[in-house]
Design a protein around this ligand. Structure first.
Ligand code: IPM
Ligand code: MG
Length: 372
């Protein structure tokens, strides 16, 4: 029997192509694994009214971890229009499958390493090595939203918070509310994860990037938690920054940061900025990590305009495989894969379109295989 059972969810658009690249590399590494392909994405929303069919959840429950390619996400109204005619008008609501997976499997850490590999012409700077720890199950992406605003909800909020008075005159169908929910447990486990990672991998600082001067309660809770956890890590400096200024400083002095920890939406935003500092979304992987299950993915989307062309850079997906290998405890294979990716980037002969070259997705994967 193989050591690992791994779910492969290619998803939509170029997700299929980068998954093929991942498969080539994993086979070449002779990882002792059996791979199970599972359905996910837009097609299944349109045809079945569910972008993550139950059979996929069942497969994931039998696997050690999963790899995800990319998924097309659309806003509510647009999604409803694309449903198969017999599914329309049944009250089906589109929810981002990746957000649902994170919540369903309680993958509370979203870890996003941003490292500049020397020789990448897209590097903003060559000395960047930072990791974003984004809370992955709550915050503004908890999915607790209202529109139109039910009268009872308005009354209860008004009873407990005078700030609601400001909106007294606004009719229910002209006001939408999304809740930013931060729990002590959620804050604790993401901040704890960030400090553990900093300790294990030798990062001297953990920066909590929030907005406590305005979001006094939710960011305030994060800060209290961070200060308390920091006392157990005396060798690591806790820095506290405001998310807006942090974006500016990241561009100004990206080499000044090690681990950055933040809530869900801030982490979503800051990780795209950080990705661009190291070559863009084509170079940025993401690990959705829980206590005993994890899903690894590139942070880019399904790029419909490039679908079918085998043109996109698979590096983010391959770095996602590297993260998966580390998480599985396959340190040697993880290191070999990262070394091969770094070597191909440094040599500069194989370059996908984003790097100004004409190599294909699979050319890049094969070059990495050649350097293993
Ligand atoms: C990401 C993506 C997702 C997110 C979307 C597709 C829901 O932007 O992984 O960063 O917001 O988390
Ligand atoms: Mg994002």
């Amino acid at each position: 029997m193989s050591t690992y059972r791994i779910a492969l969810m290619p998803g939509d658009g170029i997700g299929v192509e980068v998954m093929e690249a991942a498969r080539l590399v994993l086979e070449a590494l002779s990882l002792d694994a059996v791979y199970v392909t599972a359905d996910i994405g837009w097609k299944f929303w349109c045809e079945e009214g569910n972008p993550i069919p139950q059979r996929t959840i069942d497969i994931l429950k039998t696997c050690r971890c999963g790899l995800l390619g990319a998924i097309t996400s659309k806003a509510k109204d647009e999604a409803s229009k694309e449903l198969a005619p017999d599914l329309r008008g049944k009250g089906l609501n589109y929810h981002s499958p990746v957000v649902s997976l994170r919540q369903f499997f309680d993958l509370y850490i979203n870890m996003r390493p941003c490292k500049s590999y020397p020789g990448n012409p897209l590097n903003y700077r060559d000395d960047i090595d930072l990791v974003i720890f984004r809370e992955n199950t709550e915050g503004l992406y908890s999915g607790i939203e209202f529109f139109p605003l039910p009268h009872e909800v308005r009354v209860v909020i008004a009873k407990h918070n005078p700030g609601m008075e400001h909106f007294n005159e606004v009719p229910a169908d002209q006001i939408a509310v999304s809740l930013r929910v931060i729990t002590k447990r959620g804050a604790n486990r993401i901040i704890h994860g960030a400090f553990e990672y900093a300790r294990n991998f030798g990062y001297p600082t953990v920066t909590l990037a929030e907005k406590p001067n305005v979001l006094r309660e939710t960011s305030g809770l994060m800060i209290r938690e961070a200060r308390s956890i920091a006392t157990q890590y005396s060798e690591i400096e806790l820095r506290e920054t405001n998310i807006d200024a942090q974006m500016m400083w990241l561009v100004k002095d990206p080499n000044d940061y090690g681990v950055i920890v933040t809530s869900n939406m801030f982490g979503d935003i800051i990780s795209d900025l950080a990705a661009q500092l190291v070559g863009g979304l084509g170079f940025s992987p993401s690990g959705n990590i829980g206590d005993d299950f994890a899903i690894f993915e590139p942070i880019h989307g399904s790029a419909p305009k490039y679908a079918g062309q085998y043109k996109v850079n698979p590096t983010a997906m391959l770095l996602g495989c590297k993260m998966m290998l580390s998480w599985l405890g396959e340190a040697e294979k993880a290191q070999a894969l990262e070394g091969a990716i770094a070597a191909v980037i440094a040599e500069g002969e194989i370059r996908t379109y984003d790097m100004g070259g004409g190599s294909s997705t699979l050319d890049m994967a094969k070059a990495v295989v050649g350097r293993l």
